[in-house]
Design a binder for this molecule. Structure first.
Ligand SMILES: Cc1ncc(COP(=O)(O)O)c(C=O)c1O
Length: 292
């Protein structure tokens, strides 16, 4: 992972990341009581920002954390921070915690002021061999909580599940709950069966990915069959193609699952097509100054 860039945002101010300080009584530190977003900028353009802001609002509402800003201010804040770090290809990590209060109370005190923190880092470059070799993944039982649709900073299960992949020499851990595909530790998962993209339906068991919805929109616009349907473990293991999607990785092909080839063991033709369409969506439409 690349180093974070030098300027961050904290509670209304841009400042050097090295100088940023928050209270140890912040509830995100004591309880993991906060939410986050990851906004990808390609060549200075954040094509999914409206979806990021919509998900942020939803996560805050679900946790009953006061949303400190309107949509326009969120957009401005993210753009100001990206510009302060030189713009270009980067991502903004944006976190809103319920805030710091005096003491440690499970039930939050009323009127706690949310803490807003954001920093930038260069977008990770896809591995050179992605298009020729794809990624190796493992599977594991989904040990996360019952509200995976909320983009909460409480990610202990995701952390342990990703570590399993690292220890197995794999790129990601794909998660199964009671024999059904949910998510990966930090990505959405799509399969391709008979030329059709299948993704598990939105539910409390998985995060509604902004790249997932992009893939769905692209498929619809380009006449590619695409359905939200439950995906069984057998369907996952028998798929012609498996893809991961996330803001910082776009869409990536999985070519080995638990040591077994996916399809013919090479990145598939529909992935190649989708990758090109996803990358085209990252280009700012001509004649628009900012985000739509
Ligand atoms: C569990 C999980 N699912 C899906 C995603 C993909 O979401 P997005 O495409 O908005 O980055 C992520 C991204 O971090 C994630 O952590």
């Amino acid at each position: 992972m690349a180093e974070p860039l030098s300027i961050c945002y904290l509670n209304g101010a841009l400042l050097p990341l090295r100088e940023a300080r928050i209270s140890p009584l912040d509830r995100s530190f004591l309880f993991g009581d906060g939410v986050y977003e990851v906004v990808a900028f390609h060549n200075g353009y954040a094509s999914r920002l409206p979806a990021n802001i919509a998900r942020l609002k939803r996560s805050l509402a679900e946790l009953r954390i006061r949303n400190p800003h309107g949509d326009a201010r969120w957009s401005e804040l993210v753009h100001e921070l990206a510009a302060a770090n030189g713009g270009g290809d980067l991502y903004v990590y944006l976190q809103v915690s319920r805030g710091a209060e005096y003491g440690r109370n499970h039930a939050p005190l009323p009127d706690v002021e949310p803490t807003v923190f954001a920093f930038c880092a260069p977008l990770p470059a896809p591995p050179a061999e992605l298009a020729t070799q794809g990624l190796a993944c493992i599977t594991a039982q989904d040990t996360r909580w019952a509200r995976c649709d909320i983009k909460s900073v409480a990610l202990l299960a995701n952390v342990l599940l990703r570590q399993q992949a690292v220890e197995a020499g794999a790129a990601e851990t794909i998660l199964l709950r009671d024999g059904w595909l949910t998510d990966a530790s930090a990505s959405a998962v799509h399969i391709v069966v008979a030329g059709e993209i299948r993704t598990p339906p939105r539910s409390h068991q998985l995060l509604p990915g902004t790249t997932r919805s992009l893939i769905e929109e692209i498929a619809t616009a380009n006449g590619i069959a695409c359905r939200s349907v439950p995906v069984s473990e057998a369907a996952l293991r028998g798929a012609a193609e498996i893809w991961l999607s996330a803001a910082t990785r776009g869409v990536a092909p999985v070519t080995r699952l638990d040591g077994v080839s996916v399809g013919d063991g090479r990145p598939g033709p529909l992935w190649r097509r989708m990758r090109a369409l996803v990358e085209a969506s990252w280009v700012r439409p001509k004649g628009t100054g900012g985000n739509s």
